[in-house]
Design a protein around this ligand. Structure first.
Ligand SMILES: CC(C)(COP(=O)(O)OP(=O)(O)OC[C@H]1O[C@@H](n2cnc3c(N)ncnc32)[C@H](O)[C@@H]1OP(=O)(O)O)[C@@H](O)C(=O)NCCC(=O)NCCS
Length: 292
């Protein structure tokens, strides 16, 4: 039987997701890796009237599988978390769980899927749903001990309101199809993001770099970088990245900083490798546009 999970199912949902998500073949990259973080995220899914977890139960009402759906209120996109099965993956059940989510989340206009390249079941589901493939993404990470701070001659400053419009227009020009807008970024400055701006010799804005942080989960991410086209290949991106890394390691009790880069964005990837980032995992990324 397939039904929407309630608070009483939370612990079982977390146990199944935690046990399955660490296996590459079953991994969903939207799912957190620690049990506490999964618990917090799943509790939010159940509490939020726009998000949900769909469960698959046997006749004894024992939970056998689940599929989570996080509704993003900024853009009406839904991040799909799972599916996770206690024992055997079931494609038909997965499709039925997804259909229930589609019918329930009537305001959703897009469902995103993001999973380890070794997860063949979700890959096959994407083909079945005729989802749109996006570029694969690399997760890179740098450890504190691998970072060698080098002297930086470029003027990098902390975010101030006067740079807001420049950041918004550079961001929205550079990234057409991304989970955050320039406006979101500027509004989240100091809350869960620290923004740095690169200035040219005339102290004009030429680019920005973002350190995203979550103090509760001890997570740091060198999230987004962009430099105006006419100033690229002059070392601005490198300086922004170094500032972001230094800030992360100097101000937070965290040994690793991660980031996500599109596989085909070789320019950005080579910049990250040059500072000491290493490849951790390759994920597939798809989206499905609801037509119900
Ligand atoms: C990716 C991006 C931010 C890079 O910025 P940039 O200012 O052009 O990059 P840089 O000039 O700092 O780096 C260029 C190269 O010089 C190297 N470099 C620059 N300064 C250096 C220094 N002081 N010491 C050592 N290496 C340096 C970098 O490693 C990089 O190596 P490469 O030649 O193999 O590419 C820029 O191309 C951009 O805005 N792209 C569009 C948006 C985007 O894709 N962002 C990334 C995803 S979030």
């Amino acid at each position: 039987m397939i039904k929407i999970c309630q608070k009483i199912h939370l612990k079982n949902c977390v146990d199944i997701a935690y046990s399955q998500n660490c296996i590459s073949q079953h991994n969903c990259a939207y799912c957190a890796s620690t049990k506490n973080s999964i618990f917090t995220d799943f509790e939010n899914l159940i509490d939020d009237s726009m998000s949900l977890i769909v469960g698959y139960f046997n006749y004894d009402d024992e939970l056998l599988g689940l599929f989570g759906f996080y509704f993003n209120h900024f853009n009406n996109w839904v991040d799909c978390i799972g599916p996770f099965f206690k024992i055997n993956y079931d494609q038909i059940v997965t499709q039925n769980m997804f259909e229930i989510a589609q019918k329930t989340l009537i305001n959703a206009n897009r469902f995103n899927f993001y999973f380890n390249i070794k997860n063949r079941n979700t890959h096959d589901l994407m083909l079945k749903l005729k989802s749109t493939k996006r570029d694969n993404e690399y997760i890179l990470s740098i450890n504190r001990k691998d970072y060698i701070p080098l002297k930086n001659s470029i003027n990098i400053v902390n975010f101030e309101d006067k740079y807001s419009n420049s950041i918004i227009s550079l961001h929205d020009d550079s990234f057409k199809d991304i989970y955050v807008t320039g406006q979101n970024i500027v509004e989240s400055s100091g809350i869960n993001r620290k923004i740095f701006c690169a200035l040219n010799s005339k102290k004009e804005f030429v680019g920005y770099g973002i350190l995203a942080f979550n103090i509760t989960t001890n997570f740091l991410c060198a999230e987004i970088f962009a430099v105006k086209k006419e100033y690229r290949n002059m070392g601005y991106g490198w300086s922004l990245l170094n500032q972001v890394i230094s800030c992360g390691f100097n101000n937070y009790n965290c040994d690793d900083i991660s980031l996500v880069v599109d596989k085909l964005n070789t320019k950005a990837a080579s910049l990250y490798y040059s500072c000491g980032f290493k490849l951790i995992v390759e994920n597939e990324s798809y989206f499905y546009e609801s037509n119900l």
